[in-house]
Ligand binder design. Structure first.
Ligand SMILES: *Cc1c(COP(=O)(O)O)cnc(C)c1O
Length: 488
C-alpha cells in the first residue's frame, strides 16, 4: 500500500463535518430510512426496494473546476464525501480511498486512452481481478470491515457466481477479520482463469465451494440459505450483488475522472457503457445529477437487449437469456433499472412498488410516459450481435492498435453507431481486461492476449476448493460446519 504522510495530502475542499447527514430511502417507499452505514450493511431494502440518497448532492462549476488534476484517491474522497456524511469522518474516508485505490495495477487507477479524434477508452480493469467490478467491491469490502468493527459484529457473505463477481468479491474481502465469504460456483462450468482467480486466494475467511450442478442450482442454494432458519439464527448473512448503493457510489468517481480530463465543467462528453444489471451506467446518471456535464449515456447491450427495447419503445418484457461471448451481460432483468424508473418517474415509492409487483407477476411492464420522457433526456441505447462485436474488436486492433475485450467491444460498437454532436468526445467504458476472455479475442483478431505480469503466475499458484454434491443440504451442512463467526 502507498501511504502519503498526512501533511502531504492536500486538504479536502469541503469539510465533511459541515455536510448534512445523508439519508437513504427505498424505491418502494415503505422500508425505514437509513444513513449510509445502515444502507451499506442492509444491501436490499426490507420492502424489496433499493436504497437511494434522499436527494442528489450537487457540485457547482467552480467545485468541479477545483477537482482538476486531483489524483484518483483524492477525487474519490471528494465525490463520495456528501454520500457518506454522518457515517464516516473526512479522515476515515480519505484513508479508505488511499488504501483501496493506492493498490491498483495502474498509477492512474482508471486511465483514459485515446483511440482517435472522437473515441476514448476508460480502462476500468486494473484492479486485482481485471474487471471493473474491483473498483467498487474493493471499496465495499473495506466499508463492511469499518462498520462491522464499529458495531462489534461479523458478517457471513454467501454468493453464487458464474465467474466474474465471485472472484472480485473474494479479492475484496480476503483477509478481513469481520467478514467471511462462502462462494458457490458450478463445478467445471467456469473458465480456468475465472476459477483460479477464486481458488488461488488463500485466506482463512475464504471458502470456495464447487457444487455438482448448474449456476442456477448454485443460486437456488444461496436463496434457500437466506430463508433457512437453521442458518440465519446462527449467522449474520450478507450479499455483495450490485444492488448495494455503496458499489454504485464508488463507480460515480470514474465518470468525473474521465470528464475532468476531457474539459469538464466547460465541455460535455458522452459515455457508452456495456450494460447488464444497469449498475455501471446508473452511476453515470448519478454523476450527471451531481453536476458533471454529460451529453449522452449510451446503454450498450448484446442480443439480450431488454434495456435497448425498453428505452426505444417503452417495452420492458423479459425474454429468454441467450449465451454470448459477453457473459457478464447475459442478463434479462436489470435490477438497478428500478432506481432509474423511480427517480425519473417522480420518486413515488407506492407507485413503484405497484409497478414492480405487477412486473414480478407477468414478467413484463410498460414504462409510464414520465419514465420514458425522463429517461430519454439523457439515455440512448445500442445493441451489438456477435459479429458486430467482433468487428469492433478488429477496428480497435487494426486502426488504433488496442486489444479490447468483447464486453468493451459491445460498448465501442454502440459508441460508433450513436448520434453524438460533432465535437463531443465519446468515452467507451472498458469493463474487462482482454486476457479474461482470450478465446473470443483470439477468434476476432487472431491474437491471444496475455495476462498482465502482476497476475501472470495465476496458473502456477495452488488452488483450494471443496467439491460438494448438488443438493442443498450438502451446501448448508458445509457452511454450518465451517463458518467461524456467529451473528455477533
Ligand atoms: C458486470 C459486467 C458488466 C455489466 O455491468 P452492470 O453494472 O451489471 O451493468 C459489463 N462488463 C463486464 C466485464 C462485467 O463484469
Amino acid at each position: 500500500m502507498r501511504k502519503l504522510p498526512r501533511d502531504h495530502c492536500p486538504r479536502s475542499h469541503t469539510s465533511l463535518t459541515a455536510l448534512p447527514i445523508m439519508q437513504y430511502i427505498s424505491t418502494r417507499g415503505s422500508a425505514p430510512t437509513l444513513n449510509f452505514e445502515g444502507a451499506t450493511l442492509a444491501g436490499l431494502a426490507s420492502d424489496g426496494g433499493l436504497y437511494l440518497p434522499a436527494e442528489w448532492p450537487r457540485f457547482s462549476e467552480d467545485d468541479i473546476r477545483a477537482m482538476r488534476e486531483l489524483p484518483y484517491p483524492e477525487l474519490a474522497a471528494r465525490i463520495m464525501a456528501p454520500f457518506v456524511a454522518g457515517s464516516l469522518s473526512e479522515d476515515e474516508l480519505g484513508a479508505l480511498c488511499e488504501h483501496v485505490y493506492g493498490d491498483f495495477g495502474h498509477a492512474a487507477v482508471t486511465p483514459l486512452v485515446q483511440l482517435n479524434e472522437k473515441h476514448w477508452l476508460l480502462e476500468l480493469f486494473h484492479g486485482p481481478t481485471l474487471a471493473f467490478k474491483d473498483v467498487a467491491l474493493q471499496m465495499l469490502g473495506r466499508l463492511f470491515e469499518t462498520f462491522l468493527e464499529r458495531r462489534g459484529e461479523h458478517l457471513t457473505i454467501f454468493g453464487a457466481t458464474s465467474g466474474d463477481t465471485g472472484s472480485a468479491a473474494i479479492r475484496a474481502v480476503a483477509g478481513l477479520e469481520r467478514v467471511e465469504i462462502f462462494m458457490l460456483h458450478p463445478s467445471g462450468k467456469v473458465s480456468d482463469v475465472q476459477r483460479r482467480q477464486m481458488t488461488t486466494v488463500r485466506a482463512p475467511n475464504v471458502h470456495n465451494l464447487a457444487i455438482a450442478g448448474s449456476f442456477d442450482d448454485a443460486q437456488a442454494h444461496v436463496k434457500a440459505m437466506f430463508a433457512d432458519e437453521s442458518v440465519t439464527k446462527t449467522l449474520n448473512l450478507g450479499a455483495v450483488n450490485s444492488i448495494n448503493w455503496a458499489r454504485l457510489m464508488a463507480q460515480v468517481v470514474y465518470y468525473f475522472y474521465a470528464g475532468l480530463q476531457l474539459g469538464a465543467p466547460d465541455r460535455a462528453a458522452a459515455y457508452s457503457v456495456p450494460t447488464g444489471n444497469f449498475g455501471d451506467i446508473f452511476a453515470g446518471y448519478v454523476a450527471s445529477k451531481m453536476g458533471l456535464p454529460i451529453e449522452q449515456l449510451i446503454v450498450a447491450t448484446n442480443v439480450n437487449d431488454i434495456l435497448h427495447r425498453a428505452l426505444k419503445d417503452g417495452d420492458y418484457s423479459v425474454g429468454t437469456t441467450m449465451p454470448t461471448i459477453t457473459p457478464s451481460m447475459d442478463i434479462q432483468v436489470s435490477s438497478n433499472f428500478e432506481r432509474l424508473l423511480f427517480d425519473v418517474g417522480g420518486r413515488d415509492g407506492a407507485a413503484m412498488a405497484e409497478q414492480m409487483r405487477s412486473f414480478e407477476k407477468s414478467n413484463a411492464m410498460q414504462l409510464t410516459n414520465s419514465q420514458r420522457g425522463g429517461a430519454s433526456t439523457l439515455f440512448t441505447s445500442g445493441r451489438a450481435d456477435q459479429e458486430e462485436t467482433a468487428r469492433a474488436l478488429q477496428w480497435a486492433y487494426r486502426s488504433c492498435a488496442q486489444v479490447i475485450d468483447p464486453h468493451t467491444g459491445v460498448g465501442l460498437h454502440a459508441a460508433q453507431q450513436a448520434k453524438v454532436a460533432g465535437k463531443t468526445p465519446i468515452v467507451t467504458l472498458a469493463t474487462a481486461h482482454p486476457a479474461k476472455f482470450p478465446d473470443a479475442v483470439e477468434r476476432a483478431i487472431g491474437v491471444r492476449p496475455a495476462l498482465p505480469a502482476r497476475v501472470g503466475d495465476l496458473f502456477g499458484r495452488e488452488e483450494a476448493m471443496v467439491e460438494i454434491p448438488g443438493d442443498y443440504a450438502a451446501s448448508r451442512d458445509f457452511v454450518l460446519a465451517n463458518a467461524s463467526a456467529s451473528a455477533n
